[in-house]
Design a protein around this ligand. Structure first.
Ligand code: PEP
Ligand code: MN
Length: 337
C-alpha cells in the first residue's frame, strides 16, 4: 500500500510515518515528488491496521497498490520519473539519445564516435566494454581497458557514458567509470545482478529480455527500485517471434503500454530491434512518434570492420541524417532534444 503525504507535510511527519511503516513489519520506500511525498509500504498487508497509518501526522490518504510491481507502478507515483546522468536527461518531455558502438574497440574508435554522435545531437555515448556474446568464441569486450577508454571519450566530449554490466562481480568496477549501468536483455531476469545495480547510485538502463513479457520487465525493474535505486529506464529492444527477416521484432506498442503502467521512462533500441542498418532510421523515427522517452542506437566509424553488430550499426553520416529526422519528429511531439 502507499501512504500519500499531504502537500504541506513536514519532514518530521515523513520520518515518523517511515517508522510507523517499519513498526508494522513493512518495508518503507520514500518516493519524493515535486508536489508531494509518498511512502510505499511493502510486505504482507493483510493484517495491517490501515487506520493507524491514516491517522498519522501529515498523512493525506492510504491506498492499496493493485499492480504486482509496487514501486514501478503509476498507482504509487503518478509523476513521471526523469532519469539524469550528466549530459543525459530522459523522461517527462526530455528525449535522451544514446549513441555509440556496440563494443569499445580502440581509443581512436570510441573517441571519434563520441565526437561524431555529439556533433549530430546525441546526449549520451554508448559502448560495451563487457559484452554478453551468444558464442564464447566471439569478441568479449575490452573489459576495464574499455571502461577507461569510455571515460576518456567522456572527458573529451562531456557525453555521459552508458555501458553494460554483465555480472554482479563487475558492478563496482563498471559503476566506477560509467554514468549509466546497462543491464542487457540476456540478464533481465538475473535477479542478483538487478539487486546489485539497485544498490549503486548509478542510473540503470534495463533492457527487455527477448522472450520476457512486459509484466516480467516491470517486475525486473522492481528489483532495482526495491534495492533503493529509483533511477531506472526501461528499454524495448525487440522480442523473439516467428519472423526471420529482422533480427528481432520491435513492438512499439510497448511504449504507450508501459507509459500507462509505470512512471519510469521508456527507451527504444531500433538497432537490436531490427538488426539491419537500413531499417534503423525508420524505427527510430517511429519510436519517437510512439512517445518514446529515449533512443539507444549503434554507430560505428566503419561498420564493416566492427567487432560486433556491424550489420545493424549506422555510419557517422547515416546517424547525422537520422538525427535530422528524429529532431523533426521530436519537435512535432513537443519533446525537448
Ligand atoms: C547491446 O546493447 O549491445 C546489447 C548486447 O543489447 P541486448 O542486451 O539488447 O542484446
Ligand atoms: Mn550490440
Amino acid at each position: 500500500m502507499i501512504v500519500v503525504m499531504r502537500r504541506n507535510a513536514q519532514e518530521e511527519d515523513v520520518q515518523h510515518m517511515i517508522q510507523q511503516v517499519e513498526s508494522l513489519g513493512l518495508k518503507p520506500t520514500v518516493l519524493r515528488g515535486t508536489e508531494r511525498t509518498v511512502i510505499a509500504a511493502i510486505g504482507d498487508e493483510r493484517q495491517v491496521p490501515v487506520g493507524i497509518l491514516e491517522s498519522g501526522p501529515g498523512v493525506d490518504e492510504v491506498l492499496p497498490v493493485l499492480a504486482p510491481y509496487k514501486l514501478a507502478s503509476v498507482e504509487t507515483k503518478s509523476e513521471r520519473t526523469v532519469v539524469r546522468a550528466g549530459s543525459l536527461a530522459v523522461g517527462n518531455g526530455q528525449l535522451g539519445i544514446i549513441a555509440g558502438p556496440c563494443s569499445v574497440e580502440s581509443e581512436e574508435q570510441i573517441v571519434s564516435t563520441a565526437h561524431a554522435v555529439k556533433a549530430a545531437g546525441a546526449t549520451a555515448l554508448r559502448g560495451g566494454a563487457y559484452k554478453p556474446r551468444t558464442s564464447p568464441y566471439s569478441f568479449q569486450g575490452m573489459k576495464e581497458k574499455g571502461l577507461q577508454l569510455l571515460a576518456m571519450a567522456r572527458a573529451e566530449t562531456g557525453l555521459a557514458v552508458v555501458t553494460e554490466v554483465v555480472a554482479s562481480e563487475d558492478v563496482d568496477v563498471v559503476a566506477e567509470y560509467a554514468d549509466v549501468l546497462q543491464v542487457g536483455a540476456r540478464n533481465m531476469q538475473n535477479y542478483r545482478l538487478l539487486e546489485a545495480v539497485g544498490r549503486t547510485h548509478r542510473p540503470v538502463l534495463l533492457k527487455r529480455g527477448p522472450s520476457a513479457t512486459l509484466e516480467e520487465l516491470l517486475l525486473a525493474a522492481e528489483y532495482i527500485l526495491d534495492a533503493g535505486n529509483q533511477q531506472v529506464m526501461l528499454c524495448e529492444r525487440g522480442i523473439r517471434t516467428f519472423e526471420a527477416h529482422t533480427r528481432f521484432t520491435l513492438p512499439l506498442a510497448t511504449v504507450p503500454y508501459l507509459q500507462a503502467k509505470t512512471h519510469l521512462p521508456v527507451v527504444v533500441d531500433p538497432s537490436h530491434g531490427t538488426g539491419h542498418t537500413p531499417l534503423v532510421p525508420a524505427l527510430a523515427r517511429a519510436a519517437i512518434a510512439a512517445g518514446a522517452d529515449g533512443l539507444i542506437m549503434e554507430v560505428h566509424p566503419n561498420p564493416e570492420k566492427a567487432l560486433s553488430d556491424g550489420y545493424q550499426s549506422l555510419t557517422f553520416e547515416q546517424f547525422a541524417d537520422c538525427m535530422i529526422w528524429c529532431r523533426r519528429i521530436a519537435h512535432a511531439m513537443e519533446m525537448q532534444l
